[in-house]
Design a protein around this ligand. Structure first.
Ligand SMILES: Nc1nc2c(c(=O)[nH]1)N[C@H]1C(S)=C(S)[C@@H](COP(=O)(O)OP(=O)(O)OC[C@H]3O[C@@H](n4cnc5c(=O)[nH]c(N)nc54)[C@H](O)[C@@H]3O)O[C@H]1N2
Ligand SMILES: Nc1nc2c(c(=O)[nH]1)N[C@H]1C(S)=C(S)[C@@H](COP(=O)(O)OP(=O)(O)OC[C@H]3O[C@@H](n4cnc5c(=O)[nH]c(N)nc54)[C@H](O)[C@@H]3O)O[C@H]1N2
Ligand code: SF4
Ligand SMILES: [Mo]
Length: 737
């Protein structure tokens, strides 16, 4: 859109977190002048967060790669795309011919779902590798949600979304949406939405071992001992059943297993769990009653509960709580979306409905889910000799050295590989181990559509982001890189070469935008099912640069269920069995000592935005938070450097003493630790911090899913020496006194 002489505006959605904020970028002479919230975006209404500037900083980052590189003894050497693709395919095929298909492993990271090129073309490329050793960030994140949806609703992507805009009572466990901007809950301006909830007379109760930024906006904050949410949830349900507060409403007609749940929760009365959780018996009773009696209520639990020892059971119980109080599929409760591109009705190869335990990891026998194995097993699958040992690895849009437990172990595992290729624009803690790096374009250089996030949004919205800066002719998009590699992997001589070529031509012609157009036209608001309407297509969507809203979510059960008899399975056996482990824990739990949890920060995005000076400058961000009493017991003072050690490693980190922390709990943000050798991130190295995941333990997992149990790592904290203070931190702490 032209405004004055040489200024023009570009509209897109920020893809740096799950909130899907509309942004308005003003440019002059192809230079960005400002990035603001797009007030005309019907969904985000002008909201943005400080992180948005990273869109520009990424584009301008001098450290980012634009051409393929090969690692040599003299450093990284530039090579051509053709040479790079040929070499990668040759090496992967060589490993597979010598050791079998599964000797090639794959890890893909979180940005995969923030980029529709990777989301749409990734599955085809990964399938062409024919490996059972596929890993992703899902198993250090939201896997427990997918498994609960798969077993209860029949499809891993039928994820209930908390109706934050219409609920009367929101119980939040282990999420900090004011900082994270929401997860599996796409709703821009979470702070505004929580304030609005309270203003309309609603209540927000937050359960978290830290008094977080979100806690400050809650009606009530309850400290909980890390990893014990399972007991709290069981006790809440115990009260609801005991006091006859169960009321499934219309769900009763299509829900199985109520009696089994009633029996299962009978063993966990509040008095049995109060001490372990740190939440008083009467508080638990009061919470159960007010949740059940609220006109509408929703329980929402995220990273703090998804990634703990009983994460699987926790996410199941959260669904159970919403169901037995009649709040699932109800306005003001938890609802399902009907997105314009609906992955739930898309082909299985693109969005599988789920599968569990079709195979197991070789070393620790952890179960497959939807074709993937848990990432906690990646290092041991590389390091343990034997048949099907991983000898070569493909990483794409992931930084597992900083993002998955026991990063040091993964570092040595990657260093031992015969071949590694990374699809990433940074030489970071993970990709520095690659033999070849294939760099894709960044967000402003490609178009985008939020395929995954539209599935998780509090409104049914569709937004298309056009390309802002055309990339150079020698750059490649992620999907083009995937397609080139896929085609080479599928070419096995003879006719297969011809088929692979034709497939490549067709898919290249279609591209992500062609697939999107088909998805939109065949989707619930498209032209194909309703030829007389002026329904949705990509062209239509492009005419509305601020996006389209199809309104708030509506009840859709039982029709949208994928279970064979279209019933909700309230008591899947897998969870009932795991309650045995929960019961044992009730008597064996360790409550003394210090327990470590993680933390997210407004200006970070996991491990990969620390090369933006605007985002990292100022007060040191990678600091350990500790309660004053725990600090004084150890003679630790503010700003001092401490050594934190766990079963797997030790790090040094400055301390900030904070009343925010529950007694016995310390917190470190994840995604830092850029001081490893050969990392080529000039800004991030100057603000390196230490890696939380050099302390987290790959053996600590949720047994049902194999998801990493990040919450509640047992640690020791000791002062290094009286002289080791962090001056910058001390000064900033004094300034804030
Ligand atoms: N202790 C602890 N660990 C955690 C968490 C925690 O709370 N505590 N959180 C976990 C969670 S929720 C997640 S999602 C994971 C994240 O785990 P990962 O996804 O493995 O790690 P990220 O730090 O997100 O790294 C993303 C990588 O993708 C690259 N990248 C960015 N955009 C693109 C793109 O468009 N294309 C390509 N090809 N590459 C791109 C970046 O340069 C970076 O290397 O970390 C997990 N780790
Ligand atoms: N600014 C920013 N935004 C982000 C990201 C980022 O790195 N930075 N990452 C994005 C990603 S990939 C994701 S998945 C989302 C995650 O979004 P959230 O889940 O909202 O983010 P976290 O900050 O990890 O929130 C987890 C909370 O759980 C608490 N907690 C830890 N252990 C326990 C426990 O045992 N029980 C309970 N009840 N609470 C516990 C922690 O103190 C923390 O407040 O955020 C996304 N948004
Ligand atoms: S909240 Fe998320 S989507 Fe919105 S501007 Fe910030 S990083 Fe981007
Ligand atoms: Mo995540």
């Amino acid at each position: 859109m032209q405004t004055n002489s040489n200024e023009y505006k570009h509209h897109r959605s920020c893809n740096l977190c799950e909130a899907m904020c509309g942004v308005e970028i003003t440019l002059a002479d192809k230079k960005i002048i400002s990035i603001r919230g797009d007030k005309d975006d019907p969904f985000s209404k002008g909201h943005i967060c400080p992180k948005v500037v990273a869109l520009e900083d990424l584009y301008n980052d001098k450290d980012r790669l634009k051409y393929p590189v090969r690692r040599t003894s003299n450093g990284w050497e530039k090579i051509s795309w053709t040479e790079a693709f040929d070499e990668v395919a040759k090496q992967l095929k060589s490993v597979q011919s010598r050791y079998g298909n599964s000797a090639v492993g794959v890890y893909f990271g979180n940005p995969t779902i923030h980029n529709y090129g990777t989301t749409l073309f990734g599955p085809m490329f990964f399938a062409s590798l024919h490996t059972k050793n596929k890993f992703s960030a899902t198993s250090v994140d939201q896997l427990t949600h997918h498994i609960a949806s798969y077993f209860m609703f029949g499809h891993q992507l039928l994820l209930p979304v908390a109706d934050i805009e219409r609920t009367d009572f929101m119980l939040i466990l282990g999420a900090n949406p004011v900082v994270s901007n929401g997860s599996l809950l796409t709703a821009p301006d979470m702070a505004g939405k929580l304030k609005a909830l309270r203003k309309r007379g609603g209540k927000v109760v937050l359960v978290d071992p830290r008094r977080t930024e979100t806690a400050r906006l809650a009606s009530e904050h309850l400290f909980i001992r890390p990893g014990t949410d399972v007991f709290l949830l069981l006790a809440i349900l115990n009260v609801i059943f005991k006091e006859n507060l169960v009321n499934l409403g219309r769900l009763a007609a299509f829900t199985d297993g109520l009696k089994i749940v009633k029996k299962a929760v009978a063993d966990f009365p509040p008095e049995k769990v109060a001490e372990i959780t740190g939440i008083a018996q009467n508080k638990i009773q009061e919470l159960a009653r007010s949740f059940a009696k609220a006109k509408t209520a929703v329980c929402y639990g995220r990273m703090g509960v998804s990634t703990q020892e009983f994460g699987g059971v926790c996410q199941w119980l959260i669904n159970v709580l919403n169901i037995v109080t009649g709040n699932l599929d109800k306005v003001g409760g938890a609802l399902f979306t009907l997105p314009a591109f609906d992955p739930i009705t898309a082909p299985e190869s693109l969005a599988p409905k789920g599968s569990y335990g079709r195979w197991h990891s070789r070393v620790r026998k952890l179960p497959e889910f939807a074709g993937e194995l848990p990432s906690v097993a990646l290092a041991e699958e590389i390091l343990t000799p034997g048949k099907n040992q991983i000898k070569a690895l493909v990483t794409s849009a992931g930084n597992p050295v900083l993002s998955t437990p026991n990063g040091q172990q993964l570092d040595s595992a990657f260093a031992s590989l015969e071949f590694m290729v990374s699809i990433d624009f940074y030489i970071n803690e993970t990709t520095r181990h690659a033999h070849i790096i294939l760099p894709p374009t960044v967000a402003l250089e490609h178009d985008n559509y939020d395929l995954a996030l539209s599935l998780l949004a509090v409104e049914n919205v569709a937004k298309y982001s056009p390309v802002l800066f055309e990339p150079d002719s020698n750059q490649r998009h992620d999907w083009q890189i995937y397609l080139e590699l896929q085609s080479r992997m599928e070419s096995k001589g003879g006719l297969s070469d011809v088929v692979a070529q034709v497939k490549k031509q067709v898919m290249s012609y279609l591209g992500p935008s062609g697939m999107l157009d088909l998805g939109l036209q065949f989707g619930p608001y498209g032209t194909k099912f309703n030829p007389f309407s002026s329904g949705l297509s990509l062209n239509k969507l492009k005419e509305t640069p601020h996006g389209v809203s199809f309104g708030q979510l509506e009840p859709c059960l039982p029709e949208r269920l994928f279970t064979p008899a279209k019933t909700i399975k309230l008591a899947p056996e897998i969870y009932i069995k795991d309650l045995k482990r929960v019961k044992e824990k009730l008597t064996s739990i360790k409550t003394d000592g210090l327990f470590l949890i993680g933390r997210r920060q407004l200006s970070s995005s996991n491990s990969w935005l620390h090369n933006s000076l605007r985002l990292v400058k100022g007060r040191p961000k990678c600091v350990l938070l500790i309660n004053p009493e725990d600090a004084s017991k150890r003679n630790i003072t503010n700003g001092q450097t401490v050594v934190v050690s766990s079963r797997v490693g030790r790090i040094e980190i400055p301390v900030e003493i904070s009343e925010e922390m529950m007694l016995g709990v310390v917190s470190i943000p994840h995604g830092w630790g850029h001081n490893r050798s050969n990392v080529e991130l000039s800004v991030a190295k100057e603000h390196a911090g230490a890696s939380l995941n050099d302390l987290t333990d790959e053996l600590a997992i949720d047994a049902v899913s194999g998801t990493a149990a990040f919450s509640g790592v047992s640690v020791e904290v000791e002062a290094v020496s009286n002289r080791a203070y962090n001056r910058e931190l001390l000064e900033s702490l004094k300034a804030s006194d």
